[in-house]
Ligand binder design. Sequence first.
Ligand code: CTP
Ligand code: CA
Length: 224
Amino acid sequence: IIAAFHAKTLAGKHVLITAGPTFEPIDPVRGITNLSSGKMGYAIAQAAWEAGAIVTLVSGPTALEAPYGVRRIHVQTAQQMHDAVMAQLKQQKQEVFVAVAAVADWRVANASEQKLKKTGDNDMPQLQFAQNPDILATVTAMPNPPYCVGFAAESENLLQYGSAKRQKKNVPLLVGNIGHNTFGKDDNELVLFDVHGHTILPRADKQTLALQLVAEIALRTSLM
Ligand code: CTP
Ligand code: CA
């Protein structure tokens, strides 16, 4: 067992993780979603378990197997992901919350119960949107929140946007990556933003980066 070789730096701590995309229906056969394979979030769940944590993974639709030892809860929409996260926090105090999921910012407000039919060349469905709850913001606003880690996939200006997003999201640690470097890939390059500035975790496979990130989280929560 690989786990035997890892220091149990999160021994007995409860770690809650969101991962994957969310899927927001348009009708029973169509929907809108975000780009995310779930690989980074699943790798973090596995690494946290290897570090001795009790891990719950709230996952949107992905093609991945549940990591060994990790309890996985399946959800589809952002609202369901929000509700599942809140239910977990109510049931069990969590020391760490890592929001890795690529949550759809909007859902279709006028989703149809029946499959929409093509009726003519000039007759398109008119979709209306409503904003989804911000799961990370809801958790950070709780009294006595867990140690919260946010993610940001940006397409440009990562150093500037990442630092601004950490402050806006009010999290002690925000992990940034450049979208086209990571989507669907097995490796990635991460930038960690905290109150002191930023640190780069050089390009590596997602398992290696996950172990490094979990070590950073363990260090930062070891006095809590
Ligand atoms: N997040 C969340 N719930 C949402 C949206 C985002 O929990 N409804 C979390 C993500 O999991 C991530 C962090 O917030 O950890 C940042 O997500 P991101 O989409 O980069 O930030 P937004 O505030 O939605 O800003 P943007 O307009 O850039 O999408
Ligand atoms: Ca967003």
